[in-house]
Each structure stands twice: as C-alpha cells, then as structure tokens.
Design a protein around this ligand. Structure first.
Ligand code: SAM
Length: 275
C-alpha cells in the first residue's frame, strides 16, 4: 500500500471517531488506526483543545443520523467530497450508491484497503466508487459533473462536504457549490460544514491556526470561515436545517454543563435543498 504522511488530518479524524464509538456511531473507524496517531492526538489536545476529539465524534453522529434518515426512502446517490476515511456507506442501507471523492493518494490508499477489509469480512459489501478529483481544479470538476450526469441517471443525490472548507479558498468553495448545483435536481440535498466567521476571535481558533502552521505544514492554508448568511444567500439552494458540533454535544449531554461555546472549536452544519 502507498504510504501516507501520518499527520494527515483524515487519519486523525478516524482516530478520534475510533476512541468513542458509542458517540461517533462508527465501529469501522478503528480499521484506520496506526500507532503514531495516539501521541499526535495527545499533543494536539494539550496545545489546542481537549474537546476536539469529542466534537469530531458529534459531527460523525450528526451526519450519519441525517444520512440514514434522508436515504431511508427512495434511491439515492451519496457523494462524499473530501471523504477521507469516513465510513458512512458501510453504516447506511445497501440500497444507497456511494461516490467518494478525494485527492489521488487518499483514494488509491483507501480503495485498496477497503477491498482488503471487505474480502476479509471486516466490512459489509456496499456499492461504493472512489474517484480521484482535485476539487480546486475546474477541469477535473467539470469531468466529475459529466460523469455524475451520465453514470447515475435516475438517482436522487445527497452531497456531503465535511471538514474541507477550512482548507479551501472562498472562490474555490463558490465554484464547487456552483458545479454541484449544476448536476443536482430540485429536491436534491447538499450538506456542508464550516467554521463561522465569529470563530476567528476565539483564542482556541488562534491556537488551531498556529498548530496547523507549526506542525502540519499549512503555511498557505487559508483557514476559511464563512458567515451563517453565506448559506441563506445561495441562489440555487434553500437552507433547511442547521446545527453545530457543540449543539449536538449539548443535546446528547456529552459535554460538561458549564462548558461555553467560545471555549471549543465549534463547527457548523448546514443542510441545503436544491430548489
Ligand atoms: C480533514 S479531512 C476530512 C475527511 C472527512 N470528510 C471526514 O470528515 O472525516 C479533509 C479531506 O479533504 C481532502 N481534500 C483536501 N483538499 C482536497 C482537494 N483539493 N480535492 C479533493 N479532496 C481534498 C483531504 O485529502 C482529506 O481527506
């Protein structure tokens, strides 16, 4: 298998989810564990936020529950953009068709590993395709749009973009949502995650940025945040539902009652319906 730098964020999120299966509801995240993730997670917890591990589990729980509910009726194509090592298809009904998009090195590594896990009986069989697309590249996005339009006729689509906008420039996000709107039909769904603009005044957000720059080779990362109004002003979509990792944690009573939103790296979740 191709080796991937151990600091890759997608591995770390899988580690987080594996540490609290009862909260993340992901029993398969542990398939991606490797030894050095433990010391990375402790260091991050010490220098940035002790709650980030739990908050990522709330995020997975929220989207798994939303996807399960949405796809319980009808024939769906689930497109996960920047899928990393998330494992939703194996936790959803086998009637759901999935297309996972990520950068080439993640795609080839995950594809090979999934084949192995499935043949060894660690994962149930699901209809999942993996496609290497750099979503910052318009030509590649155009090819992706054409593939979706020709290969998946007759399916409703739900797109998830989770843990990705932070790493993309605002103009790339605008373009990406335009390309998605081009293949989605009325009633199709797009779910997004982003930090709110107000996060930038939090000390914990400043620590996150510094940590990325110092330890994750992210000097050129834009650390993009978006206002809530970004999602209400999209011309092709209606915002149907929103929540946040902090809100989910409070709802399921898995955070200390005295903890304030301003103390954590709170990500917001938006469910948009194509009009
Ligand atoms: C923080 S991880 C999130 C993974 C997954 N969505 C989750 O929540 O567990 C970000 C993912 O976005 C992918 N990614 C970053 N830039 C990308 C790009 N330009 N095109 C495609 N995928 C990208 C990374 O490879 C990585 O898998």
């Amino acid at each position: 298998m191709t080796s991937i730098p151990i600091h890759d964020t997608a591995f770390i999120i899988a580690y987080y989810r594996s540490q609290h299966e009862d909260i993340s509801l992901d029993p398969y995240a542990k398939l991606w564990l490797r030894p050095s993730l433990t010391s990375f997670a402790s260091d991050f917890s010490l220098h940035v936020s002790v709650y980030d591990e739990l908050l990522h589990c709330f995020r997975n729980r929220y989207f798994l529950e939303s996807l399960t509910q949405l796809t319980s009726e009808g024939d769906w194509l689930f497109i996960n953009i920047g899928a990393g090592f998330s494992m939703y298809p194996y936790l959803l009904s086998d009637r759901v068709t999935t297309l996972e998009i990520d950068l080439p090195e993640i795609v080839s590594f995950k594809k090979e590993a999934i084949k192995k896990f499935t043949s060894e009986g660690f994962l149930p069989h699901r209809n999942v395709s993996h496609s290497a697309v750099d979503i910052t590249n318009k030509r590649e996005l155009e090819e992706l749009t054409n593939t979706i339009k020709t290969n998946y006729i007759g399916l409703q689509t739900v797109v998830l973009i989770e843990g990705v906008f932070f790493f993309l420039n605002r103009n790339v996000i605008d373009d990406l949502l335009r390309y998605i709107a081009d293949f989605q039909k009325a009633g199709d769904v797009t779910m997004c995650v982003s930090f709110e603009d107000s996060s930038t005044s939090q000390e914990v957000f400043e620590r996150l940025k510094n940590y990325f720059i110092e330890h994750l080779n992210s000097k050129n990362n834009p650390f993009t945040t978006l206002p809530n109004t970004y999602y209400t002003s999209l011309s092709k979509y209606v915002l149907k539902k929103s929540s946040s990792s902090f809100q989910v944690g409070k709802e399921i009573k898995s955070l200390p009652p005295t903890l304030r939103e301003s103390d954590v790296l709170n990500e917001f979740f938006y469910t948009l319906h194509r009009c």
